[in-house]
Design a protein around this ligand. Structure first.
Ligand SMILES: Cc1ncc(COP(=O)(O)O)c(C=O)c1O
Length: 386
C-alpha cells in the first residue's frame, strides 16, 4: 500500500536482475555490461581534477554552464551542420537517462501513446509508463536486421499516438540506419504529425557509414528531441553527463522539471565535458578502431559456432539468435554462466519478443572475447549432446 501503483507495476531491469546472479561468482568473463572497457582519457580526467583543485564546487546555471552549451552548439554545427541556440535550445542533463525522463514527462499527458521499437533499451518503456503514457510496441526481427520501417509505424499509428522513440545505433542490436532509410521514416513521422525522441548516445560508434542525426533530416528539427551524451563515445559513464537539444518550448518544459528535480548537472563533470568536446575526437577514433576490430571478430565467430547474428553497424553489442538451442534466453544465459562462467544478457530484458536472442557486449578485451567464444562453443556442443 505504501508504494505507488505505477511503481509497483514496474518490472525491475532485466539486466540488473540477471547480474545479481553474477555477483559473488569468481572468474566470470562478463560480456554483459553496457559500458566502455576503457577508462576516460587522461586529459579529460585531469580537467575534472583541476576543476576541483581550483575550487569549482558550486551549482551551475540550471541549463548547464553557458560555455558548455556554447560548445555543444558549435560542435553540433561543425559535426552535423545542425543549428541549435545555446540559450534556449540546449539543456545539459545528468546523462541521456535524465534526458529521456525529462523528454517524456515534458510531452506526455496520461493516456498519450508512444511507439517504441523492440528490442528496446530497458528504460524506454518504464519511463513512458511513469508519466501515465502508454507504450505501443513495434516488433522488429533478425530477418530485417531489427530495423524499424515506415510500414511498421503506419500499421501502429492509431489515435492517441503522440511520439516515436528511436535509438540508433541501437542498444541491444547495434543496428543503425542510412540517411535514406531515416528519410523514409521521417516521411511517415511528418504524415502522422509525431514528435520524435531520438537517443543517439552511440552516434560516434558508427562503423559502416556516416551517422545522420534524425534532427538533420528535412523538416524534422522542429519535431525532434535530440538526446546525446558523453558516456559511450568518451568512456565517461561515471561522469553522468548528457544533453538534450530541441524546439525551445520543449526544452523550456524539460528545464522546468530539471530545475526542480536535479537543479543542475555536476560542475566537475561539465568542466570535463568541455575538455572532451575540445580535444577528445582523437580518443574516440582510437577506441572506435578497437571496437570495430572486435565486432568483426565476434560476428564471424558467433555465426561459425552456429548462433546466427547480423553485422551491427554501430554501438558495441551483438544480438545473436539462440533459437536453435531450444532454450529460452534466461535458460541459455543461466546455463552458460553456471557451466562456463560467461555472463551475457538474456534477450528477454529487451522485450517480450526477444526471448530467442542474447545480447553480448564486446566492450571487453579481444582476449576475453576469444576465450568467451571458445567456452560458448563448448557449451553449445554439450547442449547438442543432451
Ligand atoms: C541506448 C542507451 N541510451 C541511454 C543510455 C544511458 O546513457 P547515460 O549514461 O548517458 O545516462 C544507455 C546506457 O547504456 C543506452 O544504452
Amino acid at each position: 500500500m505504501r508504494i505507488a501503483k505505477r511503481v509497483e507495476q514496474m518490472a525491475p531491469s532485466g539486466i540488473r536482475a540477471f547480474f545479481d546472479l553474477v555477483l559473488g561468482m569468481k572468474d566470470v568473463i562478463s560480456l554483459g555490461v553496457g559500458e566502455p572497457d576503457f577508462v576516460t582519457p587522461w586529459h579529460i580526467r585531469e580537467k575534472a581534477i583541476h576543476s576541483l583543485e581550483k575550487g569549482y564546487t558550486s551549482y551551475t546555471s540550471n541549463k548547464g554552464m553557458p560555455e558548455l552549451r556554447q560548445q555543444i552548439s558549435t560542435f553540433l554545427q561543425k559535426r552535423y551542420g545542425l543549428s541549435y541556440q545555446e540559450h534556449d535550445e540546449i539543456l545539459v542533463t545528468v546523462g541521456v537517462s535524465e534526458g529521456l525522463d525529462l523528454a517524456f514527462r515534458a510531452i506526455l499527458n496520461p493516456g498519450d501513446k508512444v511507439l517504441i521499437p523492440e528490442p528496446a533499451y530497458v528504460s524506454y518503456g518504464p519511463v513512458v509508463e511513469l508519466t501515465g503514457g502508454e507504450v505501443v510496441t513495434l516488433k522488429t526481427d533478425l530477418s530485417t536486421e531489427f530495423k524499424l520501417t515506415p510500414k511498421l509505424i503506419e500499421e501502429n499509428c492509431s489515435k492517441g499516438v503522440k511520439a516515436l522513440m528511436i535509438n540508433y545505433p541501437s542498444n541491444p542490436t547495434g543496428t543503425s540506419y542510412t540517411k535514406k532509410e531515416l528519410a523514409a521514416i521521417a516521411t511517415v513521422v511528418a504524415k502522422h504529425d509525431l514528435l520524435v525522441v531520438s537517443d543517439e548516445v552511440y552516434d560516434e560508434l558508427t562503423y559502416d557509414f556516416d551517422h545522420t542525426p534524425f534532427a538533420s533530416l528535412k523538416g524534422m528539427k522542429d519535431r525532434v528531441i535530440y538526446l546525446n551524451g558523453f558516456s559511450k563515445a568518451y568512456a565517461m559513464t561515471g561522469f553522468r553527463l548528457g544533453w538534450a537539444a530541441g524546439p525551445s518550448e520543449i526544452i523550456a518544459g524539460m528545464t522546468k522539471i530539471h530545475q526542480y528535480t536535479m537543479l543542475c548537472a555536476s560542475i566537475m563533470s561539465q568542466m570535463a565535458a568541455m575538455e572532451a568536446l575540445k580535444s577528445g575526437f582523437k580518443d574516440i577514433q582510437e577506441m572506435k578502431r578497437e571496437y570495430l576490430r572486435r565486432r568483426n571478430y565476434i560476428v564471424g565467430a558467433l555465426n561459425d559456432i552456429g548462433l546466427p547474428c547480423h553485422t551491427p553497424q554501430g554501438a558495441f553489442y551483438v544480438f545473436p539468435s539462440i533459437k536453435k538451442t531450444g532454450l529460452n534466453s534466461m535458460e541459455f544465459a543461466q546455463g552458460l554462466l553456471k557451466k562456463k562462467k560467461v555472463a551475457l544478457v538474456p534477450g528477454s530484458a529487451f522485450g517480450k519478443s526477444c526471448d530467442n536472442f542474447i545480447r553480448i557486449s564486446y566492450a571487453s578485451s579481444y582476449d576475453n572475447l576469444k576465450e568467451a567464444l571458445s567456452r560458448m562453443a563448448e557449451y553449445l556442443k554439450e547442449q547438442k549432446r543432451k
